[in-house]
Design a protein around this ligand. Structure first.
Ligand code: NAD
Length: 335
């Protein structure tokens, strides 16, 4: 299988590339990424010599560049490429619409032109909006995105649906809860809090800290996507989550405890505008219809993750200093 992974230099995409090369040693994987601030090829050092892996620097908004990629012969597309940070979407919504909506449409056009066998859109539970104290998101929950990020992801999802209905492209949409694990860009909650705690800096927690997210270890997300590629029914949406709802402040306290740092580092800051109160995923469909099961419990996954950031401080320090941006140039000799 020739598998095109977009956004494979990001957090989940790079974990997915490594996972697929390990699980399917006979698949050819082409990774395309625009290498925005969030793309880091250093994540993929361990596979860059693998003859079944190749990288092309390309922007999913660039129809000509994308057409050239598809000319290589692509069987399946997994679209991770996105602007992904809610806070940035509040400051700068336009780039979210351009990449997450328009970029998805460019990929769909190429998928249609070259007749790929499947297009998998990697989406998020955030498209469903916010929950009250009870209930869970199912695949039939109406889309009600509240941030420019989630609205742009919902826009991309609707285009995937429309290309399926109108042009008959074989598609799946996956909607996963919050991921955690190695290689997450250190602006996101868990790596941000770890790096600040290690420096004894105050840990900013939005509002009362009681917003709830449903957490999943990144490799369990990868195994779910792998299953959807092979077993997902045409046109279906699959929610992915591990029933691990935790408040933000619980996550921060867990990190402080494991690092042996005092809770006095927690500093409550003004809440994010439009901050969704609670997300919770009902994964019944993917577990019963496709037989997916996460391997990591939250307690062991979070412990391993904190250890990973402790043991790989150089990785996130190079990001914080901006040094990682020179890696591509050094490695490939071009910008
Ligand atoms: P990330 O920000 O770490 O990675 C995104 C990658 O996309 C980066 O490598 C970036 O360079 C690349 N990219 C951005 N714009 C591009 C463009 N125009 N053309 C080509 N590449 C571009 O994000 P992530 O956390 O790894 O998320 C990956 C996907 O999974 C996203 O689609 C996101 O919406 C979805 N998702 C994320 C989570 C989560 O908890 N992180 C949960 C559910 C779904």
């Amino acid at each position: 299988m020739n598998l095109l992974v977009t956004g494979g230099a990001g957090f989940i995409g790079s974990n997915f590339v490594m996972y697929m090369l390990r699980e399917h040693p006979n698949y050819e994987i082409v990774n395309i990424d625009a290498l925005t601030y969030a793309g880091n090829l250093e994540n993929l050092k361990s596979v860059e010599q693998n003859p079944n892996y190749s990288f092309i620097k390309a922007d999913i908004r660039d129809a000509k560049a994308i057409d050239e990629v598809f000319q290589q012969g692509i069987d399946v597309v997994v679209n991770f490429a996105a602007e992904s940070h809610v806070d940035r979407s509040i400051l700068e919504p336009d780039v979210f619409v351009k990449t997450n909506v328009f970029g998805t449409q460019v990929l769909l056009d190429a998928a249609k032109k070259y007749g790929v066998t499947k297009f998998v859109q990697v989406s998020t539970d955030e498209v469903y909006g916010s929950l009250g104290e009870t209930g869970l998101f199912s695949e039939t929950t109406p889309l009600a995105p509240n941030s420019p990020y989630s609205a742009s992801k919902a826009g991309g999802d609707l285009l995937v649906r429309a290309y399926h209905e109108t042009f008959g492209i074989t598609v799946n949409i996956t909607r996963c809860s919050n991921n955690y694990g190695p290689y997450q860009f250190p602006e996101k909650l868990i790596p941000l809090m770890i790096s600040r705690a290690l420096n004894d800096q105050p840990l900013p927690v939005y509002g009362d800290g009681l917003n709830i997210r449903d957490w999943l270890y990144v490799e369990d997300h990868c195994s779910a996507i792998d299953l959807v590629i092979h077993e997902g029914q045409d046109g279906e949406v699959y929610n992915i989550g591990g029933n691990n709802e935790r408040t933000n402040v619980h996550i921060v306290k867990t990190i402080l405890e494991q690092l042996g740092k005092p809770e006095s580092l927690i500093t409550y800051v003004q809440d994010r505008p439009g901050h969704d109160r609670r997300y919770g995923i009902d994964p019944t469909k993917i577990t019963t219809e496709l037989g997916w099961k996460p391997k990591h419990s939250f307690e062991t996954g979070i412990k391993e993750t904190i250890d990973w950031y402790l043991n790989n401080q150089e990785w996130w320090m190079r990001i914080q200093s901006g040094e990682y941006e020179q890696y591509y140039e050094k490695q490939y000799g071009i910008r």
